[in-house]
Design a protein around this ligand. Sequence first.
Ligand code: AMP
Ligand code: MN
Ligand code: MN
Ligand code: MN
Length: 299
Amino acid sequence: MISHLNADLHSHSTVSDGTLTPEALAARAKANGVELWALTDHDEIGGQARAAAAAQALGMDYLTGVEISVTFLHQTVHIVGLGFDADNAALVNGLRQTRGGREQRAREMAAGLAKVGIQGAFEGALKYAGNRDLISRTHFARFLVESGVCRETYEVFRKYLTEGKPGFVEHRWASLKDAVTWITQAGGLAVIAHPARYKFSANEEFALFTEFKGYGGRGVEVVTGSHTPAEYISYADAAREFGLAASRGSDFHSPDESHTEIGTLPSLPGQLTPVWDLLAERIQTASHPSLGAAPSAIP
Ligand code: AMP
Ligand code: MN
Ligand code: MN
Ligand code: MN
């Protein structure tokens, strides 16, 4: 059955805040039995060609991927894009703009941390950033663990990097409409990432799903490393209610930090349309690579 395909459509490499290169991540996915993979770095598609080539060399099917940071009702929401044309100019430019504010934000985060006695956090975090454009809270968290301020990265987030804490800086990301539009106009499919992670009221969540669909969004993550088994069930219901396809992905970042190993999640619950059914033409099969091809150009 197609819904039992071992698809892992959410993971991060050194191109954003993961600790493995795209090639090492591809090898790990393959070793864990992944049959269809997508690398979904934050706000950045610079790793796509490497990921696709590595997947092909390993005989693993591939979909292009990205995870776009969006501000919606004063919260940060993540929208995963799958199966787009990685050369699409509007997508490439939109992502470049979204990344633009990260360095200034990181400097402000470091200033906030300095006020509570943590010096040198900008330079410290930068050491962990494989891609300077993508300096993120995760890199600060690794620096604070290294310097002995906290024992684990989740503790850093809880004490320093979330709303109201000294290293938190409010940031304005892309709009929901822009993110969904960039993905869909590049021939891809937009997916709401880990919906259970947001702190929306029922009405606000309804607004998110409704607006997302209105802009052309077509999928939602149901089985993700960020959800509990009870949340798999409730977001499977939401997918059916809103007529969205369902996605599955570990959100794997690092062998040392991620609680969910790449390729090891349960299958999607029944009576759902898997996103990969809607993306059949966009999959770069190991024998027919098509990176960057527009939908009409796929053989
Ligand atoms: P940023 O895009 O700089 O705001 O960083 C967001 C990233 O931080 C997410 O993609 C996760 O990798 C990580 N993150 C966010 N919240 C937590 C948390 N509570 N514990 C561990 N990692 C987190
Ligand atoms: Mn991340
Ligand atoms: Mn996310
Ligand atoms: Mn992610």
